[in-house]
Ligand binder design. Sequence first.
Ligand code: MG
Length: 231
Amino acid sequence: MTINIIGIDADDTLWHNEPVFRLTHKRFNELLGEFADEDTLEAKLAAVERENMKTYGYGAKGFTLSMLQTAMEVSDGNVSPKVLREILDAGREMMTHPIEPLPGVEEALKQLKDRARLVLITKGDLFHQESKLAASGLGSHFSGVEIVSEKTPDIYTKAFARHGGSAESSLMTGNSVKSDIIPMLKAGGYAALVPYPLVWWAEAAEKPDGHPRYREVSALGLVNQWLDEIG
Ligand SMILES: [Mg+2]
């Protein structure tokens, strides 16, 4: 099988993302410490986020709205405008955080683009994801960009077709088993997991160990070796 297109995830695959969220959580917990302990705040924020995802989708803007809502709910409306202002500032900083490619990523992209067309496939907020790609300086390695609202088998099938290929002759790589691996395998394609040390609770899933079209590699550059084996 010749792989014609390699789909590549962005957040925590090309650049750090989850640490920015973790830092913001820490700041949020400190700001609301007078109303609830950290475990209570985390549980409440996760519940609000889960519910809001259906309305706001993924990304820092929806997360900011969820922080504001959680602050109002855990404080019974007693949170001060000053704290709300600080939560807004924390959300804004997530949007403007500097973007630095992960070690070895640029070299890996240069090698992989000699083997197949590279398409960046990321979910989240269109404006923010485009800004991060521009800030990363990695845009020129990709022949296409797909910013999708969710990563499902059907969305992968359509995305690879839009770029003149098929899921069956494509490989998806990224750090999320739930988003980058399972739905791609279901679409009939190949999928390579490049783990990142931190995993967001909403992305946790069981690895499909033993699946013939699945591999776990320790770095993006090692996808190249698996391509040799595939064909
Ligand atoms: Mg990711």
